[in-house]
Design a protein around this ligand. Structure first.
Ligand code: ADP
Ligand code: MG
Length: 231
């Protein structure tokens, strides 16, 4: 059985609809969607050790089935540069979570590679009651939230569908390269969209998927946060 099926079955057995970030990222990796390197630490010492292995700077994040929006809960710390900062950050995150939701179940603290700043894009999927699995693409931040500059296509997507979803955005010139912004790797974004389509088509029990943000680079891209919700 694939890792993806195992993770989905495991969540179902536990009665969970929301997959944890590390679970969602393992699934993304299995489908060829690039994600940040990560390990899940169960104590302070492990967090420092994993950070040493991954390389600095790192990001720490809470892993909890009871916390969906991690930064709202004080559950994300970015740009930690030493093993001491990581050890302190580990405690700080647990403290923040305790204040935010005293009875939150904690599965560990995610230690992950800090992806360099770049243009942020969003890849999503929803299972439409009428049309079935549908994939979404847009640029992050104000482009999605204020300008609603996003494109949808019903899955399965082929390469041409995925290309259109990208090039038909009003903000496409930003991805093509603009003034000081270098061009983004459109082929990688196309492959992420096609792989997302394959992922949700293979796994019809996925109700929502949200890769937000994906950092787009001149060469490649990296998914920094991944959420998957089951039916
Ligand atoms: P949530 O959406 O649950 O609050 P995220 O994982 O999206 O948590 O983290 C919040 C923000 O922190 C992200 O939108 C991104 O700007 C930044 N961030 C998170 N993880 C990383 C990472 N590995 N590298 C760089 N920036 C990150
Ligand atoms: Mg996020």
């Amino acid at each position: 059985m694939t890792q993806t099926k195992k993770i989905i079955n495991h969540a179902k057995k536990e009665g969970r609809k929301a997959l944890l970030e590390p679970e969602a990222k393992i699934i993304c990796s299995e489908y060829g969607i690039p994600v940040t390197k990560f390990r899940v630490a169960l104590n302070q010492k492990e967090a420092s050790k994993f950070a040493d292995e991954i390389g600095y700077p790192v990001v720490l994040k809470i892993v909890s089935p009871d916390i969906i929006h991690k930064s709202d809960a004080g559950g994300v710390m970015v740009n930690l540069k030493t093993s001491t900062e990581v050890a302190e950050g580990y405690n700080k995150i647990l403290e923040n979570i305790k204040k935010y939701k005293a009875d939150a179940k904690i599965a560990g603290v995610l230690v992950q590679e800090m992806a360099p700043n770049s243009i942020e894009v969003i890849v999503g999927a929803i299972k439409d009651p009428q049309f079935g699995q549908t994939v979404m693409f847009g640029l992050g931040g104000i482009f999605v939230e204020i300008l609603k500059d996003v494109n949808f296509r019903i899955a399965p997507l082929n390469v041409d569908d995925a290309k259109e979803m990208i090039t038909e955005l009003k903000a496409y010139p930003l991805l093509k390269g603009f003034r000081n912004t270098p061009p983004s790797d459109i082929d990688t974004l196309v492959s992420i969209l096609c792989n997302t389509s394959r992922l949700v088509m293979d796994n019809p029990e996925i109700k929502e998927l949200d890769l937000n943000p994906v950092l787009a680079y001149q060469n490649g891209a990296k998914t920094v946060d991944a959420r998957i919700i089951l039916e």
